[in-house]
Design a protein around this ligand. Structure first.
Ligand SMILES: Nc1nc2c(ncn2[C@@H]2O[C@H](COP(=O)(O)OP(=O)(O)OP(=O)(O)O)[C@@H](O)[C@H]2O)c(=O)[nH]1
Length: 369
């Protein structure tokens, strides 16, 4: 049997096995096998051909527009980036301002168009694989739908899933330590529904013989396999409904109904008209919030606080991360820092590299000469 037939056979078996407690471990093993075989097939078919092109990242963050042809991606990019893409002097980053750069709250957000995503993209047809590799490198996926074709959402999401992109979720909390003997020992919290045997069997499929595994939360078999495969990316996503200018008020409830049918909350979807440039401010705010960006105003010796060109970081970034972004030299010469603002206990708090910064902090770095 060739790999493809083996995959098909396993898929058939999974589909025809009812899922219950007595079959769970068996299904777990099958799913683990399936994931491995698919990976093998993919490596075979991409051997020599290379997988996708890497887009050079510029700016403070990167977002990828994901949508079918003609949904209005190019129109949106033009509308979002035109006025703001003037060439400026950027103090903290060296970047070529390209047409896909959105400037918002002092941040430079690279907007990548993912052109012509078509059915079967994850399977490699029509260059879709290269296209999807762009999404893998992004900090946020922006699904772009037409108000008339909400159903495309499902298809787009599936393509991303097949390309190992996991949306709006975190990797499961699974920690494994290899041991020399004693078999597999599973420590799980009460919240975990999966049987111990299922977890053991899945780990076994991945070559673990003696190990201590600790699981928290309530992951599914698929989520556990994801974390064992090690090549899944986890990114947040938002949904934009374009061409809202073409619908009457009467038709809006129908659109809302369609959104709900595909598991989307209408209040969480940003309605825009890329062509009429409506709803774009709300969209920019949404992008900003979803990226979790943080502005840090640098207090520079002799020059005061620069409120115009903040240093832009991600939530959770530390002063060490800030120094890295500001320049390597600074990291080496770092003595301590002074922070005022939301993350500080008091103005000019003296802190070290581990201090986590917050939006709108003011930061002064004190260096060695
Ligand atoms: N009425 C209306 N038309 C729009 C809107 N946005 C885009 N269009 C039109 O839809 C068509 C497709 O827009 P594009 O921006 O080229 O779409 P695209 O997603 O970039 O398409 P591809 O380049 O094929 O991937 C054009 O004729 C646009 O003028 C909108 O908000 N309202």
């Amino acid at each position: 049997m060739g790999l493809e037939e083996e995959i098909e056979a396993i898929e058939d078996e999974i589909a025809s096995t009812p899922y219950n407690k007595s079959t769970e471990a068996h299904i777990g093993r099958l799913k683990a096998k399936l994931a491995e075989k698919k990976e093998k097939l993919e490596n075979q078919s991409s051997a020599g051909g290379g997988t996708g092109y890497a887009v050079e990242k510029h700016g403070d963050a990167t977002i990828a527009l994901v949508g079918f042809p003609s949904v209005g991606k190019s129109t949106l990019i033009n509308a979002l980036t035109n006025a703001e893409s003037e060439t400026g002097e950027y103090e903290f980053t060296t970047l070529d301002v390209n047409p896909g750069m959105l400037k918002h709250n002092g941040a430079n957000i690279q907007v990548l168009d993912v052109p012509g995503l078509i059915e079967g993209a994850a399977g490699g047809r029509g260059g879709g694989k290269e296209v999807l590799s762009v999404v893998r490198t992004a900090d946020l996926a922006v699904f772009m739908l037409s108000v008339f074709e909400i159903e495309k959402y499902e298809r787009l999401k599936e393509e991303l899933y097949l390309n190992k992109i996991r949306l709006d979720t975190e990797p499961p909390s699974l920690h494994i330590t290899k041991k020399h003997k004693g078999g597999i020992n599973v420590n799980k919290t009460d919240t975990v529904d999966l049987d111990e045997q299922t977890i053991k069997d899945v780990l076994n499929e991945y070559g673990y013989v003696n190990a201590e595994a600790t699981i928290r939360g309530n992951p599914s078999i698929d989520e556990i396999i994801d974390s064992l495969m090690d090549n899944r990316v986890y990114i947040p996503s938002i949904v934009v409904a374009n061409k809202a200018d073409l619908i009457d008020h009467d038709y809006l409830p129908t659109v809302h109904e369609n959104l709900r049918e595909y598991g989307l909350d209408p209040d969480e979807v940003t309605f825009i008209s890329a062509e009429k440039e409506k709803g774009l401010d709300a969209l920019k705010e949404r992008i900003w919030d979803s990226l979790g960006l943080v502005r840090v105003y640098m207090d520079k010796p002799g020059r005061g606080v620069d409120y115009d060109e903040p240093l832009v970081l991600f939530e959770g970034d530390t002063i060490g991360d800030a120094c890295e972004k500001l320049g390597k030299d600074l990291e080496e010469r770092f003595r301590f820092a002074r922070v005022s603002g939301p993350s500080a206990k008091h103005d000019d708090q003296q802190v070290g590299k581990e201090h986590v910064l917050a939006d709108e902090d003011v930061l002064r770095v004190i260096t060695r000469r």
